[in-house]
Design a binder for this molecule. Structure first.
Ligand code: ATP
Ligand code: MG
Ligand code: FE
Length: 334
C-alpha cells in the first residue's frame, strides 16, 4: 500500500510517499527555518502563507522522487492535530482535495503520535510494551505504549518543553534560531566541557516522572549575567546547558521503563535528534539491559514520513476519515 503523507503543523512543509508503513520512497521537507530566523521564532501567519506557496510543489516533488504518479497512491494521511490552525489547514485542505479527486481513503493523524511512529519507520517489528520519551518543540512526555494506538502517560513537563529549554537557553547565549541543533553541534564538534557552568536539575521528588525546565532558563540567564562566567567559552556553555537537560531526560526515562516492565526504550520528537541525548540514553539502556530505538535525525524533527507511517497503522486498523476532517490546535494523546 502506497500512502502519501502531508505535514504542515508548524514550519515544515513536508510530503512523503511510503510503501507498507516503512519503505520510504520519498520524503521532502521544505523548512521555513531561515524565514523564521529573522523573527527569532515562528510567526503563524507567515508560516501558513509559506505552506500555501510551497504545498503543490512539494507534493509534485514527493511523487516525482518516489517515481510515482497520483494513480499509484492508495491513501492519504495528514497531520490534522495538534498544531498551528492556519498551518494545519493548508495540509488538510490539500489532503482532502487529493483524497476526493483520486477517490482514495483519507486519514487524519495526531502529530505527536506520528513523532512516536517515526520509530516504526526504522523498525516495524518493535515489540510492546515500550516506553517512549517524546521531546519536541512543544511537548515533553513519557508514554507507556502497550500496543498500536494504546498510550498511557507516565510523566510530562509541568512548564516548558525540552525543545523550548534548548531554544530559550540558546537565545540567552546569543545562539540563533533554531537553537537546539546549534547547541548540539557546538558542544560536540568543539568538545564543550559539560561541567563548565553549574546548572540545576529539577527532579521534582525521587518518584516523580514529571519534568520542569523553566528553572533552568532562569538559571542560564543568571549564569550569563554572572561576571564569574565571563571567560566561559561558547562550546562550554552549550555543553553545560545540554547536559543539564539530558541528565534529567535519561534518568526519568530509564526509571519509567524499568518501573513499567518496558521491553524497549524509544525516543521521539525534534530533541531526539540530539547526539548527546542519544549517546547518554544508549549507555543508560545498555547498563539497564534495555534495547533502545531512535529515529535518524531527519525523522526526529517534523517530517511527513512519520505521518504516513502512523496513518498506515490507522488504516490497517480500519480507520477512515471523511471530508469533514477537522483541524485542532491542541489535543492530548493520552
Ligand atoms: P511539537 O512536535 O511539540 O508540535 P515542533 O513540531 O515545533 O513541536 P519538532 O520539530 O518536533 O517540534 O522539534 C523541534 C525542536 O527540536 C526545536 O526545539 C529544536 O531546537 C529541537 N531540536 C532539533 N534538533 C535538535 C538537536 N540536535 N538537539 C537539541 N534540540 C534539537
Ligand atoms: Mg520546525
Ligand atoms: Fe513536531
Amino acid at each position: 500500500m502506497n500512502i502519501l503523507g502531508i505535514e504542515t503543523s508548524c514550519d515544515e512543509t513536508s510530503v512523503a510517499v511510503v510503501r507498507d508503513g516503512s519503505d520510504v520512497r520519498s520524503s521532502i521537507i521544505a523548512s521555513q527555518a531561515d524565514l523564521h530566523a529573522k523573527t527569532g521564532g515562528v510567526v503563524p501567519e507567515v508560516a501558513s502563507r509559506q505552506h500555501l506557496e510551497q504545498m503543490n510543489a512539494v507534493i509534485a516533488e514527493g511523487l516525482s522522487v518516489a517515481g510515482a504518479a497520483f494513480q499509484d497512491i492508495d491513501a492519504i494521511a495528514v497531520a490534522n492535530r495538534p498544531g498551528l490552525l492556519g498551518a494545519l489547514l493548508v495540509g488538510v485542505s490539500a489532503a482532502k482535495a487529493l483524497a476526493y479527486a483520486l477517490r482514495i481513503p483519507l486519514v487524519g493523524v495526531h502529530h505527536i503520535e506520528a513523532h512516536i511512529y517515526a520509530n516504526w519507520l526504522v523498525d516495524p517489528r518493535i515489540e510492546f510494551p515500550v516506553v517512549c520519551l517524546v521531546v519536541s518543540g512543544g511537548h515533553t512526555e513519557i508514554f507507556l505504549v502497550r500496543g498500536h494506538g494504546d498510550y498511557q502517560i507516565i510523566g510530562r513537563t509541568r512548564d516548558d518543553a525540552a525543545g523550548e529549554a534548548f531554544d530559550k537557553s540558546a537565545r540567552l547565549l546569543g545562539v540563533p534560531y533554531p537553537g537546539g541543533v546549534l547547541i548540539d553541534k557546538m558542544a560536540r564538534e568543539l568538545h564543550g566541557n559539560t561541567q563548565a557552568v553549574k546548572l540545576p536539575r529539577a527532579r521534582l521528588g525521587a518518584d516523580s516522572f514529571d519534568f520542569s525546565f523553566s528553572g533552568l532558563k532562569t538559571a542560564v540567564a543568571n549564569a550569563v549575567a554572572d561576571p564569574a562566567n565571563a571567560d566561559v567559552a561558547p562550546q562550554d556553555w552549550a555543553a553545560s546547558v545540554q547536559e543539564a537537560i539530558v541528565d534529567v531526560l535519561v534518568e526519568k526515562t530509564i526509571r519509567a521503563a524499568t518501573a513499567n516492565g518496558a521491553r524497549r526504550v524509544l525516543l521521539a520528537g525534534g530533541v531526539a535528534a540530539n547526539s548527546r541525548l542519544n549517546e547518554r540514553m544508549q549507555a543508560a539502556c545498555n547498563a539497564a539491559g534495555l534495547p533502545m530505538t531512535a529515529p535518524p535525525p531527519v525523522y526526529c524533527t517534523d517530517n511527513a514520513a512519520m505521518i504516513t507511517c502512523a496513518g498506515y497503522y490507522h488504516l490497517l486498523a480500519g480507520r477512515r476519515d471523511t471530508l469533514e476532517l477537522d483541524t485542532l490546535s491542541s489535543e492530548r494523546l493520552a
